[in-house]
Design a protein around this ligand. Structure first.
Ligand code: COI
Length: 356
C-alpha cells in the first residue's frame, strides 16, 4: 500500500463512530501491537516545511533505500495516551503540546524539519478520532499514540535528509511490563551505557532505544524485567531504565536525576515532580548515586508507557536490594493522583488535559 494514495473520506471515518466495537479483549490488554484503522501522514516539501497531512488506512509506508532514517538514523519518536472519559462522549489527551515541543527540540539536535506544535496536536487528535473504536473502555487502558518523524528523503553522503515524513499511529494498550506486573525487578547495567555527555540521550531519537536493546535482552534472559543504566563517565550515577525515568524516595525526599543532556526529559517525570511537591514532598533533581539508590525506601519508574511503576528489587554487582511496594507507598499515592488527572476523574487545575 502506498500510503499517500488514500484520503479518508468523512463517510469512511464515520465507521469508527459506533462506540467500542473493536475485536479486542479489553481485560487482557498489555503493550502489544494491534493494527488499528488509520494513521496520519504528513510529508515536508523538498528542503522545506510541513504544510498539511491526511489520514490514511494503517499500513506499510514506502521509503527510499537511501533515506536519511534508514542510512543515518535520522528518526525521532514520541509517545502519549488518550483515555476514554468516564461520563459522556469524548477522550482526554495528556499534555500533547509537551510532546510536540520535545519533538521540535529533538529535530533541532538531529538537523531535521519538524511539524509545528499546532500541526502535531492536530495530527494526534485526528488519529484518535479516526480510531475511536480502539480506545479502551474507561478503566481498561488507553490508546497509545506514537508520533514518528523520519528523514524520508534520499541521501548518500552524510547530510540532513532533503525531505521528512511525520506519521502518527495508535494502539490500544494496558500495562507495559510483561505479565502486567504490578512492580518490577531491575538489574544495573555495568558495561553498556545508554548515553554520553554531548550525545543524544536528552532527545527521543530512535537510536537511543536500539542501542539499549543488548543490555535489556541480557537482563531479561537473566530473569529481570528491565535494566537500569549508570552514567558513562563516573559509572556511579543512576541515569534511567531502557524506557523510563527513575525516582528514589527516602523519608520525605524524592530525588530524580537532573536532565542535563544524558537523561530523557519525560513528561510523566515532569508531572510527577510537580505532583510530588503539591503532596508536600521535597522533590530534588540532581545527581543520584548508586549508593543513594541502594539506600532508598522506595524506587519507582515513570514514563508514558509505564506510567508510575514501583521497583521491588534492584540487583547491582551480584547483590539484590529490596524496596517497599504496595498501596501504602509514596509512588502509589503519586500514581493515583496522576492517573486521576489523566483519566479526567479530578479537576484539572494545571491545564494538563486536552479534551477531544
Ligand atoms: C513511552 O513511554 O512512550 C516511550 O516512548 C517508551 C517506549 C520505548 C515504549
Amino acid at each position: 500500500l502506498h500510503s499517500s494514495s488514500f484520503r479518508a473520506a468523512p463517510e469512511d471515518l464515520d465507521r469508527s463512530k459506533d462506540g467500542i466495537n473493536a475485536d479486542v479483549n479489553w481485560d487482557e490488554l498489555g503493550f502489544n501491537l494491534v493494527k488499528t484503522d488509520y494513521m496520519y501522514v504528513m510529508r515536508s516539501c523538498q528542503g522545506g516545511k510541513f504544510t498539511s497531512g491526511e489520514l490514511n488506512p494503517y499500513g506499510d509506508i514506502k521509503l527510499s533505500p537511501s533515506s536519511g532514517v534508514l542510512n543515518y538514523g535520522q528518526g525521532l519518536l514520541e509517545g502519549l495516551k488518550a483515555y476514554r472519559k468516564k461520563v459522556g462522549n469524548g477522550f482526554v489527551l495528556f499534555r500533547p503540546e509537551e510532546n510536540a515541543l520535545r519533538m521540535q527540540r529533538g529535530a533541532e539536535r538531529m538537523c531535521m524539519v519538524s511539524p509545528s506544535v499546532q500541526q502535531f496536536v492536530h495530527a494526534v487528535k485526528q488519529t484518535v478520532l479516526a480510531n475511536k473504536r480502539w480506545v479502551p473502555p474507561y478503566g481498561k487502558g488507553s490508546l497509545y499514540i506514537r508520533p514518528l518523524l523520519l528523514g524520508s528523503g534520499p541521501i548518500l553522503g552524510l547530510a540532513p535528509s532533503p525531505e521528512y515524513m511525520f506519521l502518527v499511529f495508535a494502539v490500544p494498550v494496558g500495562k507495559y511490563f510483561k505479565d502486567r506486573l504490578p512492580s518490577v525487578n531491575l538489574s544495573v547495567s555495568d558495561e553498556i551505557h545508554r548515553a554520553t555527555p554531548g550525545g543524544t540521550g536528552g532527545v527521543k531519537t530512535i537510536s537511543n532505544y536500539g542501542s539499549g536493546l543488548k543490555a535489556q535482552v541480557e537482563a531479561k534472559y537473566r530473569g529481570f524485567t528491565d535494566v537500569l543504566f549508570l552514567d558513562s563517565v563516573n559509572k556511579k550515577y543512576v541515569e534511567e531504565a531502557t524506557t523510563c525515568n527513575i525516582f528514589i524516595v527516602k523519608g520525605n525526599i524524592i530525588s530524580t536525576p537532573a536532565t542535563q543532556g544524558t537523561i530523557l526529559p519525560g513528561i510523566t517525570r515532569k508531572s510527577i515532580i510537580e505532583i510530588g511537591r503539591d503532596h508536600g514532598y521535597q522533590v530534588e533533581e540532581g545527581l543520584v548515586s548508586i549508593d543513594e539508590l541502594i539506600d532508598a525506601d522506595e524506587v519507582f519508574c515513570t514514563g508514558t508507557a509505564v506510567s508510575v511503576t514501583p521497583v521491588s528489587t534492584i540487583t547491582y554487582c551480584g547483590q539484590r536490594f529490596q524496596f517497599k511496594t504496595g498501596v501504602e507507598t509514596v509512588s502509589h499515592r503519586l500514581y493515583n493522583t496522576l492517573t486521576a488527572i489523566q483519566m479526567g476523574d479530578v479537576e484539572d487545575t494545571r491545564g494538563w488535559r486536552m479534551e477531544i
